[in-house]
Design a protein around this ligand. Structure first.
Ligand code: SAH
Ligand code: SF4
Length: 363
């Protein structure tokens, strides 16, 4: 349990014996000002020391490696928790916004064949606090480095957020009500956990939903996304339809373009048939290389052709340019410096990060 796991009432309990206003000061210090305990100068030194030494709280995550790519516009942090679990967080700066990509689990149980996190297997769920902490740490860094406020948060790091629904939504509510990030600036990406999509439809917090589709027929999707055997396309599309009907919000479909596998004209037709009735927005991403899936991503020309084909079929579609490939920070490449096939630490797939490799605790 970390400080970020505690509700306001639990924080007051932790501060039992202190004047009541201390809980408010601590809360604001953590969430409004993004301070660490040592920097909370509104609190007496003795209280800071008591909090730092409180055995009910787990130690802060340590930073193992910080990597930069895209001429400094992408940062990836590899963190390690006290129990040895490792996760990665990625921050991307665009001209008009800064987006943080956070992890919801260490590893992932879904086993998608092309995804480095899936190739690892499952480690554990992240707690609410561990998800919030990624946002706060990235925010601190962005402020210190002059990147400004983080405008968007995407649950597109390691793990399947809807398989860790309660912790994820507790974290999102905290980010929304105490850190001040708008619900419409948050996107939850799922590979198709149908009960989670149904739950999201009635969730008061109106975040965006992205569904990682990658195949529009069950034969291919069963192979790429094993969860499809449990929730085949018919069931998944029915859940998406209900979601759109109940929320009146648009969803998006992610499609990793895999050379000769899902980038043919017939794939475009099948995808259009699913996307059009839902008025879903399709995001195309060329497949990024991972150690356990030796198929190349589609070429830029094929992706452009596939996009045009979809457009002609009346689908709203965008090509997403991939970030952080050279430091394994791109979509599907997050493996926390762990070798595929086990949650033991091993050699990274593409060697050491190229531009920066800092070993330090995050300041
Ligand atoms: N588990 C959720 C959240 C992770 S998001 C989900 O899968 O949606 C990670 C995104 O990257 C997903 O859209 C995923 O399908 C995609 N992805 C996985 N491996 C990839 C790869 N090798 N290249 C490009 N995209 C990939
Ligand atoms: Fe898990 Fe998403 Fe990777 Fe599939 S693509 S293994 S669901 S993180």
């Amino acid at each position: 349990m970390t400080l970020y796991d505690l509700s306001r009432a639990e924080l007051s309990e932790l501060l039992a014996g202190e004047p009541a206003y201390r809980a408010g000061q601590l809360w604001e210090g953590l969430y409004r000002d993004h301070r660490e305990i040592d920097e909370l100068t509104t609190l007496p030194k003795s209280l800071r020391a008591r909090l730092s030494g409180d055995e009910r709280l787990s130690p802060a995550w340590s930073l193992v490696i910080e990597s930069a790519s895209d001429r400094g516009a992408t940062r990836k942090w590899l963190f390690e928790a006290g129990d040895g679990s490792r996760i990665e967080t990625v921050l991307m700066r665009y001209r008009e916004r800064t987006t943080v990509c956070v992890s919801s689990q260490a590893g992932c149980a879904m086993g998608c064949s092309f995804c480095a996190t899936g190739q690892l297997g499952f480690g554990r769920h992240l707690s609410c606090g561990e998800i919030v902490e990624q946002f706060i740490r990235a925010s601190r860094w962005a402020t210190a480095e002059g990147w400004g406020r983080i405008g968007n948060m995407v649950l597109m790091g390691m793990g399947e957020p809807l398989a860790n629904y309660d912790n994820v939504f507790r974290a999102l509510r905290r980010c929304n009500d105490s850190v001040g990030i708008g619900a419409r600036s948050i996107t939850v990406s799922t590979v198709g956990v149908v009960p989670g999509i149904a739950k999201m439809a009635s969730e008061p917090l109106q975040v965006n939903l992205a569904v990682s589709l990658h195949a529009a027929n069950d034969g291919l999707r069963d192979h790429l996304v094993p969860l499809n055997r449990r929730y085949p396309l018919k069931v998944l599309m029915a859940a998406c339809e209900d979601y759109v009907e109940v929320t009146r919000r648009r969803i998006s479909f992610a499609w990793a373009c895999i050379g000769g596998v899902n980038d043919r004209p017939s794939d475009a037709h099948e995808l259009a048939a699913l996307a059009r009735p839902l008025r879903a927005h399709v995001n195309l991403i060329p497949l990024n290389p991972t150690p356990g899936y030796q198929v190349a991503g589609s070429t830029a020309e094929t992706v452009a052709y596939f996009r045009d084909e979809l457009r002609d079929l009346g689908v709203n579609v965008t090509i997403r340019n991939t970030r952080g490939r050279d430091v394994d920070a791109a979509c599907g490449q997050l493996a926390a410096g762990i070798s595929p096939g086990g949650l033991t630490r091993g050699k990274r797939s593409s060697g050491a990060p190229r531009e920066v490799a800092v070993r330090a605790r995050l300041a």
